[in-house]
Design a protein around this ligand. Structure first.
Ligand code: SF4
Length: 355
């Protein structure tokens, strides 16, 4: 990992980064574990019940043979019992790990990996590799390997690490909606990072998206209220402290409103607003204002991932555990950056500069 970082710093010192725009993205790489090794509480519980039953049967067998031949316990039975008890202890250990880490699943034999996938598709044990790519040169400035599948809240940490590596006071970054987060948008603004990220807003869950979207509700900053399409005031009702801090607004009374069939199926309509909504909207507006950002982000991010996945049998790690996997990823990033640097300045020049 040190060599990978040293080469990035070498590239910076040689002026190979333009640092005009950096694209952030993440991609899933397969861990060295089968999907059959993914265990949840249900799988652990079912196997534990099966094992307890078999252990009980073996103990009955032992008691019976002990009664027949008190001096000779059958070796095969004793060995089988030890194997079953050992596996039973492993299951207890896995269950305790699930509880301690408040997880719903784990991958047996590769505990740092997690099942990852899109939507309802297959979720093989994987790691998430995040990169920050200099858009003009295609060089990877910063990368991370994590077992966290979600990129929300990673905008600021990734952008900050990239800015520090580049040694610049201002940085513009672009990312997809998976990086959209009000808190990290505000943190970027406070640290000289201009983030261009589309807002990741879910469609209003009631009515399969056929009901009024939140954009038809007009925010009144002075009063901290919303005005609904019927002209009623939605006042601040409660704060929701989830991954991102939300504030909920609601009309006092929606009963009898002629627009209610188009607004909500519930008793009254709620509208949510991020605590850092203003920063979120500015970040989204910057992204929407420049249509070329979509293409620049895609080109910058997809080329490194495509190249590295070709070099690693379709994006598969060979080692196990986050520490070793991180080292493996760093080698891939180093190899990719070497190839890019040769494309940019030529092998002869690069060798001479490295000497
Ligand atoms: S249902 Fe409630 S929030 Fe929706 S338009 Fe009518 S009064 Fe306004």
């Amino acid at each position: 990992m040190g060599t990978c970082r040293a080469f990035v710093l070498f590239c910076r010192d040689q002026g190979l980064f333009t640092a005009r725009l950096v694209a952030l993205d993440g991609s899933k790489f397969r861990a060295t574990a089968s999907a059959k090794r993914v265990m949840g509480r249900r799988e652990i519980g079912e196997e534990a019940v099966r094992l307890d039953r078999r252990i009980a049967e073996y103990l009955v067998d032992l008691d019976e043979s002990d009664a027949r031949e008190p001096d000779e316990a059958p070796n095969a039975t004793v060995t089988a019992l030890q194997v079953l008890k050992s596996r039973r202890a492993e299951l207890d250990h896995l269950a305790a790990k699930l509880d301690a880490e408040e997880r719903t699943t784990l991958v047996e034999g590769e505990l740092d990996a997690r099942p990852m996938g899109i939507g309802k598709g297959p979720k093989p044990p994987s790691y998430n590799v995040r990169t920050a790519v200099d858009a003009d040169t295609g060089l990877i400035v910063h990368h991370e390997v994590t077992s966290e599948p979600n990129d929300t809240r990673q905008l600021y940490p990734m952008a900050k690490a990239t800015k520090d590596t580049l040694g610049v006071s201002n940085l513009t970054v672009v990312a997809d909606a998976g990086y959209s987060s009000g808190a990290t948008a505000a943190a970027c603004e406070a640290d000289g990072i201009t983030a261009c990220v589309p807002t990741n807003r879910s469609i209003h869950s009631q009515g399969d998206g056929t009901l009024f979207g939140r954009s038809v509700f007009v925010y009144q900053p002075e009063a901290d209220t919303y005005i609904c399409p019927a002209g009623h005031v939605l006042a601040r009702k409660q704060e929701v402290l989830r991954r991102d801090h939300l504030i909920l607004y609601a009309a006092r009374n929606c009963t009898g409103c002629s627009l209610k069939p188009r607004c909500t199926n519930a008793e009254r309509r709620y509208v949510s607003r991020h605590l850092h909504e203003d920063a979120l909207e500015r970040m989204n507006a910057r992204f929407q204002a420049d249509p070329s950002l979509i293409r620049q982000r895609r080109c910058a991010s997809e080329h490194p991932f495509g190249t590295i996945k070709r070099m690693t049998a379709g994006g598969r790690f060979l080692t196990r555990g986050l520490k070793k996997v991180s080292g493996e990823a760093a080698l891939s990033v180093l190899a990719y950056n070497l190839i890019r640097a040769i494309s940019l300045i030529g092998a002869t020049t690069l060798r001479a500069k490295l000497a």
